[in-house]
Design a protein around this ligand. Structure first.
Ligand code: SAH
Length: 389
């Protein structure tokens, strides 16, 4: 096994169990290393620090273990078992909730790996070549953790590893027809990991959708950036009188309409295909509740300033036009925009709109998207519920 040695001044973050080694911290030659290979990380004197997956990239090593142990099948069986155990202990999979994120990368000490579970089917998404190379062990870990409850495993990493032409999206255990029906808070959802965005569904908004349900009784709701309509469904299930779902993608609106029909909610629902930024400038109707859940406006630090302007404009449009006493559920999933910056941006929107705003709820990612305490970068989803007087 190859060893990469770290600059004397760069070991502290590893001793604090941060799971990334940046390429600039490495003092040994790395040219001969292969993407995805397991390497030992050592200090400048050659003393063991950690073990992980190497890749020729800014994040050069993703650390999987701070103990001197092999990263073999037993390792994956243990880590995956541990992650699944946590979800079971937290009672996240029930009769009415059959959707859950099983592995959330660094949050489950498996950097580079995401696994989502949809009513018996695990969808694996690798963000590093090392994880893709370990897929057989990952499959074993999932099978051991679930036993007969696991019907199929679908490997979907061609989007996340575009640099590798040999990455195939395929079933690596069993098969399952799509769309496959799964439940969130008792609402039925068609999940299609083969053709859908990411692993097929945005699981991270589950608890925030539930909260919208709590406030939706008798309300008229506009759900922007709706994708497959999760927020809309929870609102209708909980007594909203009318919900309009908006997305710029026709395909997303089609998914939403199929989900609405699956639950027989058609009489309470309308859809709009439009650019949300444009549409929000001048709303043709009044709403009691508006949901703003845009895609990450900033994927990198350099884009942060522009992203903030985008969030500010979007929120100002909503604050200006919502009915008096109305609620806005507003989110950002840009990792580089932290909760303080996001809150300040929404406050700036309120100032611009010239209306009185109260922060009612502060929202974040759910328990199946845990944040590794030594990797604060894992906190990405933040939201507010604001009331506009
Ligand atoms: N709220 C969704 C997830 C949103 S994902 C849920 O609960 O599942 C972001 C969505 O925004 C995608 O469906 C994408 O098609 C849509 N989108 C991206 N840019 C947009 C724009 N300018 N206007 C409207 N929708 C947009």
């Amino acid at each position: 096994m190859n060893t990469v040695q770290i600059h004397k001044h760069k070991v502290d973050s590893i001793l604090r169990r941060h799971p990334w080694v940046f390429s600039g911290a490495i003092i040994t030659e790395t040219e001969d290393l292969t993407d995805g290979e397991v390497v030992t990380v050592a200090d400048h004197k050659g003393r063991f620090l950690a073990r992980g997956h190497y890749q020729h990239a800014t994040i050069a090593v993703r650390i999987l273990s701070f103990e001197d142990r092999p990263l073999d099948e037993d390792f994956f069986i243990e880590r995956i078992g541990n992650a699944v155990e946590l979800r079971k202990k937290l009672n996240l999979l029930t009769k009415t909730n059959t959707i859950c994120r099983l592995i959330h990368g660094e949050g489950d000490s498996l950097p580079g790996l995401v696994v989502d579970f949809y009513n018996g089917v695990a969808v694996v998404q690798c963000h590093s070549i090392g994880m893709y190379t370990s897929i057989a062990s990952i499959a074993e870990g999932l099978k051991k953790a679930f036993g007969k409850e696991l019907k199929a495993i679908y490997s979907k990493s061609s989007d996340t590893l575009p640099q590798r032409a040999d990455v195939k999206d395929e079933y690596i255990f069993g098969t399952c027809e799509t769309p496959h029906i799964a439940l969130e808070h008792g609402v039925k959802l068609n999940i299609d990991w083969v053709t859908g965005q990411k692993t097929g569904f945005f699981i991270d908004q589950r608890e925030n959708r539930f909260l919208l349900g709590k406030y939706a009784q008798g309300k008229k709701v506009l759900n922007t950036f709706c994708y497959s309509g999760g927020f809309s469904l929870l609102a209708i299930k909980n007594g909203a009188t009318l919900v309009h779902s908006l997305d710029s993608s026709k395909k997303a609106i089609q998914l939403t309409e199929e989900n609405v029909a699956l639950n027989k909610f058609e009489d309470k629902h309308g859809s709009i295909v439009a650019d949300a930024m444009d549409y929000m400038k001048d709303l043709p109707e009044d709403y009691d509740i508006i949901v703003l859940d845009p895609p990450a406006f900033a994927k990198h630090r350099e884009k942060r300033h522009k992203a903030i302007q985008g969030y500010k404009r979007l929120n100002a449009h909503a604050i200006r036009q919502i009915k008096p006493g109305g609620l806005i559920f507003t989110f950002s999933c840009s990792q580089v925009v932290d909760k303080y910056l996001f809150t300040n941006t929404v406050i700036a929107s309120a100032i611009e709109a010239g209306r009185n705003v109260r922060i009612i709820e502060q929202l974040h990612q759910p328990a199946d998207h845990p944040i590794n305490a030594f990797h604060p970068e894992g906190e990405y989803l933040k939201g507010l519920v604001i009331q506009v007087d």
